[in-house]
Design a protein around this ligand. Structure first.
Ligand code: ZN
Length: 151
């Protein structure tokens, strides 16, 4: 596995809508392995494929590794299928926008469906930092950056 170069704002690749990953797509293990290496090397907790120049609907997350053991989680073709009415406001950073933080208000809980690297379909509710991170990363898959959420 390898650390890939990060795509930095204002690179136009960050503004493209990523394409769904076809079922049985090859090379996903290598891509996701590299995305974890890149995320950990950059001291991040989430990374979307467009941030390494790949226009596919994939992101990786490890919300807790800075405070405990690594719990890597990869999401292929993630979709937010439900959102709480309650919102939460957090200060967010982005590996593609160095040294800039933006205060973003998002639904506090989201229900997400996705496919795992092993090809299994999953659905789960997330809250707290994980919910914000997932919405941040899915924004990347739609060409949206935290700068767009600024007041
Ligand atoms: Zn980001």
């Amino acid at each position: 596995m390898a650390v890939r170069p990060l795509v930095l704002h204002p690179d136009a690749r960050l503004r493209q809508v990523a394409a769904p990953v076809p079922q049985g797509a090859v090379g996903m293990d290598a891509l996701i392995g590299d995305m974890f290496d890149t995320m950990y090397a950059a001291y991040g907790r989430g990374l979307a494929a467009p941030q390494v120049g790949v226009g596919q609907r994939v992101f990786v997350m490890d919300a807790g590794w800075k405070a405990g053991p690594k719990t890597p989680c990869a999401f292929i073709n993630p979709v937010i299928v439900a959102r709480s009415g309650a919102t939460e406001t957090l200060t967010e950073a982005c590996l593609s926008i160095p040294e800039q933080e933006v205060t973003v208000t998002r639904p506090a809980q989201v229900q997400v469906t996705w496919t795992t690297l092993g090809g299994q379909d999953h659905s789960a509710w997330f809250s707290g930092f994980e919910a914000a991170c997932i919405q941040h990363e899915i924004d990347h898959l739609d060409g949206v950056l935290i700068l767009d959420h600024g007041s």
